[in-house]
Design a protein around this ligand. Structure first.
Ligand SMILES: NC(=O)c1ccc[n+]([C@@H]2O[C@H](COP(=O)([O-])OP(=O)(O)OC[C@H]3O[C@@H](n4cnc5c(N)ncnc54)[C@H](O)[C@@H]3O)[C@@H](O)[C@H]2O)c1
Length: 710
């Protein structure tokens, strides 16, 4: 028999053991599930099943990844649920065909995500290459949809209801060893050769393989059987926990729980239909469209730095981090891990000591490296109180205290030690770069690199170009951002840049609502119902009220002293004066016991006005969200934002803006610009000028425009 080649699969057959190997390899760099892939798989299965003497099939990949899931361009473009349901049925049908024929083994030689993992779950057995770069999981929920290729039905029947719900609702991605421990894969193999050999061996040993759920008397793993009181309790608790997490703002999570619950009481094929219908409903929803646009397409464009000045070589070898505090220590680790030589300088010996301890603690977490690998990173970092070791740095990232005078002083002192063509970057949260640059002798090589805390974890880097920052400096910093694997947005200069301004509008509005007498519990819950990742009072406590107070005072220098008169600002200052500084002080808007957050502090009411006549979730939610949207509008008017995608990516990745909205501009689109302008005008009248709608909004509303296509 001839070998097979189609646009998605290659097939070879060895009559000696009767095993056909189907290699998934679409044109381009990755396997994505779309029409071509499904037709290819269908053709490949037909080819294999016609082979005389076929005993089994091994499914593997010719790309670096096994399969990274559905083709999101196809999903994003589709608005017709019936067509989606039809496509899903086709995929389900192919899976069922595989399950009912000869033994099929997935030889997973690269990451298997979403529909890619679902394809593997529909095989009778899974062997995975034990390679730490490989990830397995069903991350659909992160994009507002659910696994529509049988994942919500096979996974619970494979690893138990509770374990499956955990993976499905969090979208967790696991390395091969963890995936094996959880039961997502059955075997690990050390080399690609061993992977294929193990797959063939399993076929030889299991000629009559059947999926557990297709066997008579199937017993669900994990101890809980559907239809029992235990199962009912589990789903009841699951629903309650899901709602506590989502506050109803992330319909995919609730739909996943419902899918598992409904499916558990049905025959397998009916259960797949339930999943297909729920999948189709989510795919066409605004939430999914907005999440996919921002978290996939915009983020990808930001990661590729599309439309931004580019150099391949940043020319940076040695980096000095000034200030070994919270930010400096994290920066030192991230830079050393990437391979830069790092000098971590402070003026206090204990700060250097603590900074280095933090670096070493982070290095200790790099379990995929051996001792030598970890030591190599540690050896790249030098802590110092001296200036001389900073000499010859190609990049200085200044992360000293947030104070213009101090920042000017360190610039004057250290900039002369830069290598020729070296770059000076400030990690200031808010001070305009054009103010900081006044102490510099090389304004063209002066820039803002605003990182987020904790630096090791937070994916965003907000790059601020000052008036004099050269394109070359910007391009080199973008290359540096790529090297340290951060998603970059580039904004123009102005107090608070983009992210700090928007974030501050959010948390100060939270405080303002409390001061006006709205119930703080409603304030927190309203934010969650809008999808905000952390409620405003909780996050205020985490940032610390002292830092907030400092930032507000600094802001007053730029925005005018009248902002200090707002009741919300006065509340923050009063709490700070009373020592309620937030989490670090074990007391803030919340009460704490041993560092753990308990309830909201009952004494807050003493600092607040009487409950206003008009209050409630809707009123509060609108204020919390529109305070931010109004600020984002001003960032557009003032030219702080250069691209719409940066507004979306920056808000979600940097400050925990509601991912379900797709970002502030998508939020504005969904609100409807004419309605937004009308409501902002009304709020400006009743609550103050901070709500005044941007000219950009007015112009677009009048012209019937929107920020993004539907
Ligand atoms: N903490 C955050 O979440 C965050 C986020 C983004 C940006 N930032 C900004 O990063 C900067 C640092 O913030 P942080 O939270 O790490 O502060 P921090 O107080 O934890 O650390 C500041 C460090 O700078 C040191 N320092 C002071 N003067 C110095 C000098 N002349 N030379 C060298 N070191 C000196 C201090 O000893 C201290 O160790 C600030 O500008 C802040 O606004 C902070």
């Amino acid at each position: 028999m001839e070998n097979l080649t189609n646009p998605a699969f290659r097939g070879t057959f060895d009559p000696a053991d009767g095993v056909a190997v189907l290699t998934f390899q679409m044109e381009g760099r990755a396997n994505k599930l779309n029409q071509v892939a499904l037709e290819g798989l269908s053709g490949a299965l037909d080819w294999a099943y016609a082979l005389p003497g076929l005993k089994g099939i091994v499914l593997t990949s010719g790309h670096r990844d096994f399969c990274v899931g559905a083709d999101l361009e196809m999903i994003q473009a589709e608005r017709d649920p019936a067509r989606i349901f039809e496509a899903v049925k086709l995929f389900h049908g192919l899976h069922r065909k595989m399950e009912k024929g000869v033994p099929v083994v997935a030889a997973i030689n690269g990451s298997a995500l979403g529909g890619g993992l679902e394809l593997a779950l529909a095989c009778h057995h899974r062997v995975c290459l034990a390679d730490a770069r490989i990830q397995l999981g069903l991350p659909e929920v992160m994009l507002g949809v659910l696994p529509g290729g049988g994942g919500t039905q096979r996974l619970p029947r494979m690893i138990g209801i509770q374990a499956a719900l955990e993976l499905l609702t969090t979208g967790a991605q696991l390395r091969p060893d963890k995936a094996k421990a959880k039961g997502l894969v059955d075997e690990l193999a050390d080399t690609p050769e061993a992977l294929l050999a193990a797959s063939r061996a399993w076929i030889a040993a299991n000629p009559k393989a059947k999926q557990p759920w297709d066997k008579k008397g199937f017993v669900w793993p994990g101890g809980v059987q559907p239809g029992t009181p235990d199962a009912r309790n589990l789903f009841l608790a699951g629903c309650a926990m899901a709602y506590k997490r989502t506050a109803g703002a992330f319909p995919a999570i609730e739909s996943i729980v419902a899918c598992v619950q409904e499916g558990a009481g049905l025959t397998f094929d009916r259960a797949l239909e339930v999943e297909g219908r729920r999948f189709a409903a989510l795919v066409v929803s605004d939430v999914a469209k907005d999440m996919i646009r921002t978290l996939f397409f915009h983020k990808q464009a930001a990661d590729k730095q599309e439309g931004l000045p580019r150099v391949e070589d940043h020319g940076i070898r040695k980096v000095t981090i000034l200030g070994a505090g919270m930010m400096g220590a994290g920066l030192a680790f991230v830079c050393a891990k990437t391979g830069f030589e790092v000098v971590l300088k402070d003026i206090a010996a204990d700060a250097v000591e603590r900074g280095l301890a933090h670096v070493h603690q982070q290095i200790g977490k790099l379990k995929h490296l051996d001792d030598a690998g970890r030591k190599a990173i540690a050896d790249r970092v030098t802590g110092t109180l001296e200036l001389e070791p900073c000499r010859g740095s190609d990049l200085v990232i200044e992360a000293v205290v947030e104070n213009t005078r101090v920042k000017h002083a360190v610039t004057r002192e250290t900039e002369p030690l830069l290598a020729p063509n070296g770059i000076w970057a400030s990690n200031t949260s808010a001070i305009p770069i054009d103010d900081l640059v006044k102490a510099s002798a090389h304004p063209d090589r002066f820039i803002g690199l605003h990182f987020f805390s904790p630096v090791e974890k937070m994916p965003l880097l907000e790059i601020i170009a000052g008036a004099a920052t050269s394109d070359d400096t910007l391009a080199r910093c973008l290359a540096f951002g790529r090297a340290i694997k951060k998603t970059c947005i580039v904004v123009n200069d102005g107090y608070g840049f983009y992210t700090s301004r928007t974030f501050s509008a959010y948390i100060v509005e939270g405080a303002q609502l409390v001061a006006e007498g709205h119930d703080p519990r409603l304030v927190e819950w309203a934010a969650k119902t809008a999808g905000m990742v952390v409620p405003p009072l909780q996050v205020f406590d985490e940032v610390s009220l002292n830092l907030g107070k400092h930032a507000i005072e600094q802001g007053a220098e730029y925005k005018g002293a009248e902002i200090l008169e707002a009741p919300g600002v006065k509340l923050v200052f009063a709490l700070a004066a009373a020592g309620r500084l937030g989490k670090i002080a074990n007391a803030g808007f919340y009460e704490y016991a041993d560092g753990k957050r308990k309830g909201l502090w009952s004494g807050l009411s003493e600092y607040a006005a009487a409950t206003p006549e008009v209050t409630g979730l809707d009123v509060i939610r609108q204020r919390l969200m529109l305070a931010q949207i109004a600020e984002v509008g001003r960032c557009l008017d003032e030219g702080i934002l250069r691209q719409h995608r940066d507004a979306e990516v920056g808000a979600i990745l940097g400050i925990g803006f509601a991912p379900n909205a797709g970002g502030p501009l998508a939020y504005a689109d969904r609100y409807g610009l004419p309605a937004l302008v009308r409501d902002l005008d009304a709020l400006a009248e009743s609550c103050g000028d901070r709500f005044r709608p941007a000219e950009t909004f007015r112009r677009m509303a009048a012209a019937g425009e929107r920020f993004f296509e539907v």
